[in-house]
Ligand binder design. Structure first.
Ligand SMILES: Nc1ncnc2c1ncn2[C@@H]1O[C@H](COP(=O)(O)OP(=O)(O)OP(=O)(O)O)[C@@H](O)[C@H]1O
Ligand SMILES: [Mg+2]
Length: 161
């Protein structure tokens, strides 16, 4: 269980000047992704977390019309080359409500899991997470700072570079 076995990589930083650049990052993530990946998204309201998930799912070949905002839905599933499971935890009352969704059964499974507001449910996430922190720089520009914390996320991060 030593973290020495997994040398940590520096963050990968990506700056999007507009939402099309964010879509490009989603396509890069789709190319780099593998089954069992868990992505934790952190960033304020309207940062572009959902936009990035949508772009990734679309690039994985999911039907874009099936990729809708999960504002009122806690788990959305998009079926492309890899299944995408999208959790929006914003409306959850507490961390236990996330556990009650059965989210754990999705982690390390056949698809890629995206968890919006990952910082709110950190205790329920696996150790191996690709964290993406989104910072709003200007009305349409965003910085995505991506870090890895385990073998799957490290491999995905290496492929992203
Ligand atoms: N570079 C950009 N990347 C992503 N979205 C952008 C960008 N520039 C502008 N936007 C706009 O910002 C908004 C992002 O909305 P989105 O639903 O993806 O945010 P979110 O982080 O999921 O918010 P919430 O926390 O409410 O779920 C959209 O209206 C989008 O058009
Ligand atoms: Mg969202």
């Amino acid at each position: 269980m030593s973290s020495l076995a997994e040398p940590t990589q520096p963050p990968f930083e990506y700056e999007a000047l507009d939402e099309h650049d964010t879509d490009t990052l989603g396509a890069m993530l789709a190319d780099a992704a593998e089954s069992g990946l868990v992505v934790g998204l952190i960033g304020p309201l309207g940062a572009g977390k959902t936009r990035l998930v949508r772009a990734t799912a679309t690039a994985l070949g999911a039907d874009p019309s099936s990729v809708s905002s999960p504002t009122f839905v806690l788990i959305q599933e998009y079926f492309g080359r890899l299944p995408v499971y999208h959790f929006d935890t914003y409306r959850l009352r507490d961390v236990r409500a996330f556990a009650d969704l059965g989210a754990e059964e999705y982690f390390g499974g056949d698809g890629v899991c995206f968890v919006e507001w990952a910082d709110r449910v950190a205790s329920e996430l696996p150790r191996d997470v690709l964290h993406i922190e989104v910072t709003v720089l200007a009305p349409t520009s965003r910085r995505f700072r991506i870090t890895a914390s385990g073998p799957v996320s490290q491999r995905v991060l290496s492929r992203l570079r």
